[in-house]
Design a protein around this ligand. Structure first.
Ligand code: ADP
Ligand code: MG
Length: 226
């Protein structure tokens, strides 16, 4: 199911005026496809993801996730939508230090009211699909930075969401590990048939993206040749 933002506008209050963070932004990502948004710091990339994640309601415009128009949904319904249909990967893997890789996933499955044995099975399957077979029992400090980011991605995919939203996934990684995380994201996008919207200021590994768009001062458009 696709992810669709149409004519989205977002401002933040700023002193007496406003910051225009998103200016008539439209993007559509099909299931199994990855769209990458590049742009400098402060151009509105994280705001775009926050709106797509329904964490921030835009001033105007439409946000449709997996065929569901989120405009007019109540906060409680939005929370359910986020829990079940949207996977979010932040820049820093916010893993819980005391839990194993498998348990990081089981905790969120528990929030989805999945029975424990099912949650465990899903956790192991999903970890295997991101190349962490045999490492499910390790705690974050026993994993490399790239592996922690894989756990983070697996956790976002555990619910088999319609949309996967990824903010600067390679920012904390060196080039080689960053490249492998990008390969993994494009592979997972196809395997799980998820509509992936990824933002990055890193223009290095965009080969696997179906669309590459550029954000400038809150406006999203075709990428200018370098
Ligand atoms: P990026 O992720 O590309 O760095 P952001 O979406 O974080 O860009 O920010 C876009 C613009 O909105 C910037 O000018 C930023 O300072 C401003 N901004 C972001 N979040 C807030 C906020 N909560 N309140 C006020 N201004 C914000
Ligand atoms: Mg950002």
């Amino acid at each position: 199911m696709s992810l669709e933002l149409t004519d989205v506008n977002l401002t933040y209050p700023d002193g007496d005026g406003v910051v225009r963070a998103l200016d008539e932004v439209s993007v559509r990502v099909e299931p199994g496809e990855m769209a990458a948004v590049v742009g400098p710091s402060g151009s509105g990339k994280s705001s775009l993801l926050a709106v797509a994640a329904t964490l921030i309601r835009p001033d105007s415009g439409r946000v449709v996730v997996g065929g569901t128009d989120t405009l007019g949904m109540r906060p409680r319904e939005l929370a359910q939508l986020r829990l079940n249909r949207i996977g979010i990967v932040f820049q820093q893997p916010n893993l819980i230090g005391a839990l194993t890789a498998a348990e990081q996933l089981v905790v969120t499955e528990h929030m989805r009211s999945r029975p424990l044995h099912e949650a465990r099975r899903t956790a192991l399957e999903t970890l295997a699909s991101v190349g962490l077979e045999g490492k499910a029992h390790r705690r974050p400090h026993q994993l490399s930075g790239g592996e922690r980011q894989r756990v983070n991605i697996a956790r976002a995919l555990a619910a088999r969401p319609d949309a996967l939203l990824v903010d600067e996934p390679t920012a904390a990684l060196d080039q080689e590990r960053g490249g492998r995380v990008m390969d993994l994201l494009s592979e997972a996008t196809r395997t799980f048939g998820v509509a992936t919207l990824l933002v990055t200021h890193d223009t290095e590994f965009l080969g696997s993206a179906k669309q590459v768009l550029e954000m400038r001062d809150g406006r999203l458009g075709a990428r200018e040749p370098a």
